[in-house]
Design a binder for this molecule. Structure first.
Ligand code: MF3
Ligand code: CO
Ligand code: CO
Length: 315
């Protein structure tokens, strides 16, 4: 099909104005220099030298830690909303990174992604467009009408991390992308509903996988939810698909972790770009993601990354 042919879908529009964009792959742009963090900001241990989280730490926390996480989480949700409000065709992901970085500092915290991991992550937010599953690095690429973009914000403040993300459509998106985003949000809702003390963590993935596959979508396997509190990622993994071996890990009141399903239109398999962070689907089809940080309560779960107005970000 050539750009000026009538689109195969029967819309009557030119292919280039209709379905052609959904066959294009995201290409990396230029990554700008790292943004400075002023003196006086409380830093996580990896901020100067890079490096990963300590994995072998408790996942059940006392009420003071939970209350700190609730404050940090609410601030993270406000930042996610602020950055999301700037999404529009023509805006670069680099500009979204600037807004996130400044909002984290203005909130008196540190943008957890900055300098995290090995190789150390160079920016303050993850921006994952279309077939980018997660960990997209902000760069000079401008968002286009019809894209979908996930923004993943993590704030470190009061010694704890609040990790939350959402997916938005840019301008007008096609019906299938809209359904993907809606179903992915529902997958997170169903995962949260499955949280219950005394139950195995595998209930969460089981609920998510059932909903995604009933809608004809697939669940990304390689990236999972995780224990989070003083460390960004602990050794606790929350799978978004059913794994019977996880039936041995039991949820307890005071346990904190994320649920962050990545749902794919097609293949769930991924590959990494040469930057060693950006994960894309092998078939180039789109994925969406939503994430909250939660605490297990006596009878279910509390969302710690709730915006003060109670509404979730994204579309
Ligand atoms: N926020 C991501 C998560 O949900 C982790 C990003 S790691 C980074 O777990 F280094 F890419 F920021
Ligand atoms: Co996370
Ligand atoms: Co996240």
């Amino acid at each position: 099909m050539r750009p000026n042919d009538a689109c195969f879908c029967g819309s009557g529009r030119k292919f280039k104005r209709c379905h052609a964009p959904s066959f294009e792959r995201v290409r990396a742009g230029q990554v700008s220099p790292q943004r400075p963090v002023p003196d006086g900001v409380e830093l996580p241990h990896y901020a100067a030298e890079g490096g990963r989280s300590r994995r072998d730490v408790p996942d059940v926390h006392p009420p003071e830690t939970i209350e700190a996480m609730r404050r940090t989480g609410a601030a993270a949700a406000e930042i996610l909303r602020t950055v999301g409000d700037a999404i529009a065709p023509g805006v670069t992901t680099e500009e979204l990174d600037r807004i996130c970085h400044e909002a984290c500092l203005a909130a008196g915290g540190y943008p957890s992604p900055l300098n995290y991991g090995e190789p150390s992550y160079p920016k303050s937010i993850c921006t994952s467009v279309n077939e980018v599953i997660c960990h997209g690095i902000p760069d000079s690429r401008a968002l286009r009408d019809g894209d979908i973009v996930n923004l993943d914000v993590t704030l470190f403040r009061e010694g704890v991390h609040g990790d939350t993300n959402a997916t938005w459509g840019v301008g007008t998106i096609d019906d299938l992308s809209r359904r993907l985003v809606r179903v992915t949000r529902e997958c997170l809702e169903k995962g949260i509903e499955a949280v219950r003390p005394g139950r195995p963590t595998s209930d969460i993935g089981q609920a998510i996988q059932a909903h995604a596959e009933a809608e004809g979508f697939s669940v990304v396997r390689a990236f999972t939810g995780h224990g989070v509190a003083h460390e960004f990622h602990t050794g606790l993994h929350i799978l978004h698909y059913f794994e019977p071996r996880d039936a041995r890990v039991v949820m307890e009141p005071g346990m904190t972790f994320t649920i962050e399903p990545m749902i794919a239109l097609g293949a769930w398999q991924h590959r990494l770009w040469d930057d060693e962070w950006t994960a894309v689907t092998t078939d180039g089809r789109r994925t969406a993601q939503f994430e909250h940080t939660l605490v297990v309560t006596d009878d279910g779960a509390d969302i710690l990354t709730l915006h003060p107005d109670g509404r979730w970000s994204g579309h």
